[in-house]
Design a protein around this ligand. Structure first.
Ligand SMILES: [Zn+2]
Length: 289
């Protein structure tokens, strides 16, 4: 078939030619490539015990991450899995090392951390692009260090920011209350305990009418709910360990994700088989157990 350069086609080509470099240069998003035949093993990135020295703790950064990282650093596709309908685009925009850390085996007092993973849902309250730029910026002040593991844009694209074996800084002062009682882990001598050591933080891009302190907005797109269900089903985390920033927050200042339709989310989630393609955990270097 001969391709005719109609005005419409030319316009589309022009828009695409403009949009693609803009997206790549400002977003620094890299497509996460699939790699076949990978065994499911834990990354050797665990820290043993946090330092009790404030000065040392305040200069620590997370371990370096290969960039671009293979998709398997974020999700290890199970070959037997049959894909059911919705398949989101996956990208990566890896955070600056100041904005994430190791998951620790022991807390700051030497107590063993045996928490099972939880999912914490958030919203960005800014554009995806602004959030990503913030996470990719070096923050020497600990009060500004923040990150999610994964962000879901308004059109349902998935952007991996911190791999699941590492500790994203998604919640400050926070506690998860579940069937095992109160769960939180203190990893820093200057800050209260938080859920970060065992959390996988996922954030939904806020719609344009929600970029404010209001108590609600028009809500998230169907593509976001579908991609969120697709993602969460691959963590193997049971429904009773899926929570929100608002629910775990102890600072009294967090109410995200606002206008979240839980009923729709769980309806979509329960249609997916639960797999463990996303492994929320790590192992101590040298220890193979
Ligand atoms: Zn949040």
């Amino acid at each position: 078939m001969k391709l005719k350069f109609t005005p419409v086609l030319l316009l589309i080509m022009f828009v695409v030619a403009l949009a693609v470099p803009m997206f790549l240069s400002t977003g620094r998003l890299v497509v996460a490539e699939e790699v076949a035949n990978v065994t499911l093993e834990l990354q050797p990135t665990c820290g043993v015990r946090p330092t009790t020295n404030v000065a040392v703790a305040s200069t620590q950064v997370g371990p370096p991450i290969e960039q671009p990282a293979p998709l398997t650093r974020f999700r290890r596709p199970l070959t037997a899995q049959s894909s059911s309908g919705h398949t989101p685009q996956e990208y990566q925009a890896i955070a600056n090392q100041t904005n994430y850390g190791q998951r620790f085996v022991y807390d700051i007092n030497g107590q063993l951390n045996n928490n099972q993973p939880i999912i914490v849902l958030h919203e960005t309250v800014t554009t995806s692009q602004n959030a990503i730029n913030f996470f990719r910026t070096r923050h020497t002040s600990e009060d500004n260090q923040a990150s999610y593991h994964t962000l879901i844009t308004l059109n349902g694209d998935i952007v991996y920011i911190v791999p699941p074996d590492l500790r994203a800084f998604g919640a400050g002062n926070s506690v998860f209350v579940g069937s095992r009682g109160e769960e939180a882990v203190r990893t820093h001598p200057k800050y209260p305990a938080s859920v970060n050591n065992f959390a996988y933080h996922v954030s939904l891009e806020t719609p344009p009418d929600g970029m404010n302190n209001g108590s609600s907005h028009s809500g998230y797109t169907m593509a976001q709910y579908q991609s969120l269900a697709w993602l969460v089903s691959r963590t193997g985390v049971p429904n009773d360990r899926i929570t929100t920033h608002q629910a775990v927050d102890r600072s009294g200042h967090r109410s995200d994700p606002r206008s979240f339709n839980s009923q729709l989310f769980y309806q979509l989630l329960n249609n997916y088989p639960r797999t463990q393609e996303i492994i929320i955990g790590c192992r101590v270097p040298g220890y193979q157990g």
